[in-house]
Ligand binder design. Structure first.
Ligand SMILES: Cc1cc2nc3c(=O)[nH]c(=O)nc-3n(C[C@H](O)[C@H](O)[C@H](O)COP(=O)(O)OP(=O)(O)OC[C@H]3O[C@@H](n4cnc5c(N)ncnc54)[C@H](O)[C@@H]3O)c2cc1C
Length: 379
């Protein structure tokens, strides 16, 4: 399997890196401390096509391929995972709209999201059902030409800032994963309430909420795709979603490594830079090797996603997500160690990368779930 970054991909990387260094890094600590959602930065990033870069040009997006969107995510997270998450997740759920949405849905929602003027959310998880998506209990019942949705969703990224959400609900409660449907729900629909979750370990700038849907009525037209096909539709995006989380992890790990490398060249102990101690050099060498190995897996997964090679995409996306997230946490831990005591306080970004990287082992399927998927493909 050959995959390579083209000159165009490299240009995308340079552009996002410049944006990250100029606009994100200077305010990263402040957003981490205040937890403020960076709406202005989201709008600014959209001017450069870094918000939902996969949205087709016909709907105001950049129409980037999977490898390019992977690079964008990686670089946003390298600059700062919290802001990177806020900017990079502004189009959550749009893949489902692009692939399965009616034309009116795309025309109404994709242009403002690509322009950074609106944000979307993807509401799958519930208090009692996370890893087991098939178990969700939020219900949608047809009444007088409308769908009435009731239930609670939790851990929803962009929950309080989204203008629209793709909500997964049970339309055939007895049918497990065969009875789930995707709905387009504008968040100003009566009965839709969002309650912010503001005690996260990391990615503080990223919005998170619990959603309460109490008799939320949407027209019949708001079904995204087909009734009872929602789970299968969702499965189409697991590979691209997991590749994207691998890219997040790689970005966080690269950011931590870069910070540690710079510090190792500056900090002196016993009359020499700590970067001359073999113990520190070997740490940096192992960190760099893990980051590159994760990157290779993620780019390979992206190439399989782009080629529509479903089986390979599923396997490599899970491998990339598992490896990149586990290694990112290790790399961030070692980066903090290179800083010594200075790594334990907020003066340097090391502790932030350490807290922020941790989420990548949890969402879009935990590490344990990725291992289940990889093993299923082997046995
Ligand atoms: C910051 C953040 C953002 C998120 N954003 C979103 C979002 O935008 N939309 C959304 O829908 N969800 C989102 N989530 C939810 C996330 O996808 C879930 O937290 C995740 O899927 C795990 O589900 P859970 O928390 O219910 O854990 P559980 O499923 O209860 O798992 C608990 C533990 O049991 C293990 N486990 C569970 N089942 C198995 C199994 N079959 N085999 C082996 N081990 C198992 C898990 O690996 C884990 O270690 C987000 C979560 C966070 C923290």
């Amino acid at each position: 399997m050959a995959f390579q970054l083209s000159a165009e991909h490299e240009a995308v990387r340079r552009a996002v890196r410049e944006f990250g260094e100029a606009e994100i890094e200077p305010v990263a600590r402040e957003h981490d401390e205040t937890g403020a959602y960076p709406e202005e930065l989201r709008r600014l990033a959209a001017e450069y096509d870094f918000v939902a870069p996969n949205i087709p040009e016909a709907y105001g997006g950049a129409g980037m391929d999977t490898l390019a969107t992977t690079v964008v995510t990686e670089e946003l997270w390298r600059a700062d995972p919290g802001i990177g998450s806020a900017v990079g997740s502004a189009g959550f759920g749009t893949s489902m709209l692009i692939e399965y949405g009616e034309e009116w849905m795309k025309e109404e929602w994709l242009p403002p999201i690509a322009a950074g003027e609106a944000a979307s959310a993807s509401a799958i998880s519930e208090p009692a059902h996370g890893s087991n998506v098939a178990g969700i209990e939020t219900s949608a019942e047809r009444e007088d030409g409308e769908w009435v949705i009731d239930g609670t969703k939790t851990w929803i990224t962009n929950g309080t800032v989204a203008d629209v959400a793709i909500v997964m609900a049970k339309t055939d409660p007895g049918a497990g994963h065969r009875g789930i449907t995707a709905f387009l729900v504008p968040t100003d629909t009566p009965g839709f309430e969002a309650e912010k979750i503001d005690n996260k370990l990391g990615i503080h700038a990223s919005d998170l909420a619990t959603l309460y849907l109490d008799g939320v009525c949407v027209p019949e037209d708001n079904v995204v795709g087909a009734v009872d096909e929602g789970f299968y539709q969702l499965m189409d995006f697991f590979a691209s979603g997991r590749t994207s989380v691998a890219a997040q992890a790689i970005g966080a790990a690269q950011g931590a490594l870069d910070a540690a490398t710079e510090y190792a060249g500056e900090r002196e102990q016993s009359g020499q830079p700590i970067g001359e101690f073999q113990a520190i050099r070997h740490k940096l060498a192992e960190m760099a090797t893990n980051v590159e190995a994760a990157r290779s897996l993620a780019y390979r997964a992206a190439a399989h996603v782009e080629a529509g090679e479903d089986e390979l995409a599923t396997r490599f996306a899970s491998m990339a997500k598992l490896f990149a997230s586990e290694r990112a946490v290790d790399v961030a831990d070692e980066a903090l160690q290179v800083f010594g005591g200075a790594g334990y306080v907020t003066d340097h970004p090391a502790e932030r990368y350490y807290r922020d990287a941790r989420i990548t082992k949890i969402y879009e399927g935990t590490s344990e779930i990725q291992k289940n998927i990889i093993a299923d493909g082997l046995l």
